[in-house]
Write a protein that binds this ligand. Structure first.
Ligand code: FMN
Length: 141
């Protein structure tokens, strides 16, 4: 399987998740390309069997760069995706990511969220056990 991961991360918590995810997919013989939002062209996405989008919640919404990226996506109809959201408050914004991708007629496979706690601003906010959550996510992809 070919995977394309597009992420945006301010402090590195989400980046940790996608790096770990990429390692797990590699272990399953998956071919993985990772792009930060400014490293990929949403109007000409590379081919993949599955796309993963990862972003934090900021200001009660999907972080702005990712939101813009998703709005600009072209030619992604019927393509499958998984989504990842990091957030510090109780509620996650996976549903908002899903709504943006539904407009592009992409097909959701699964989503996972990670609540960040103390030290999130230093990139160390992921709560113990987060790797197991990524492992479960990988199984569903
Ligand atoms: C400007 C700003 C606004 C934020 N707003 C929210 C918010 O509305 N809800 C929330 O749950 N977390 C909010 N957060 C916390 C981020 O979700 C958290 O810092 C992020 O998930 C950490 O991931 P990262 O290290 O990959 O950036 C905010 C953080 C920043 C910097």
């Amino acid at each position: 399987m070919n995977y394309v991961i597009v992420y945006w991360s301010r402090y590195g918590n989400g980046k940790k998740v996608v790096d770990y995810l990429a390692g797990k997919l590699n272990e399953k013989k998956g071919e993985v390309k990772i792009f930060k939002t400014d490293e990929a062209d949403p109007t000409a996405m590379p081919e993949a069997d599955l796309y993963v989008f990862s972003a934090p919640t900021e200001a009660f919404n999907v972080q702005k760069n990712m939101r813009k990226f998703m709005k600009k996506l072209e030619g992604m109809e019927e393509n499958k995706y998984g989504i990842i959201n990091t957030h510090s408050m109780e509620r996650n914004c996976l549903h908002k990511m899903e709504a943006l991708l539904a407009k592009k007629k992409m097909v959701k496979v699964t989503g996972v969220d990670f609540k960040v706690g103390k030290d999130a601003n230093a990139g160390n906010g992921l709560v113990e056990g987060w790797e197991a959550k990524v492992d479960e996510f990988v199984e569903k992809l």
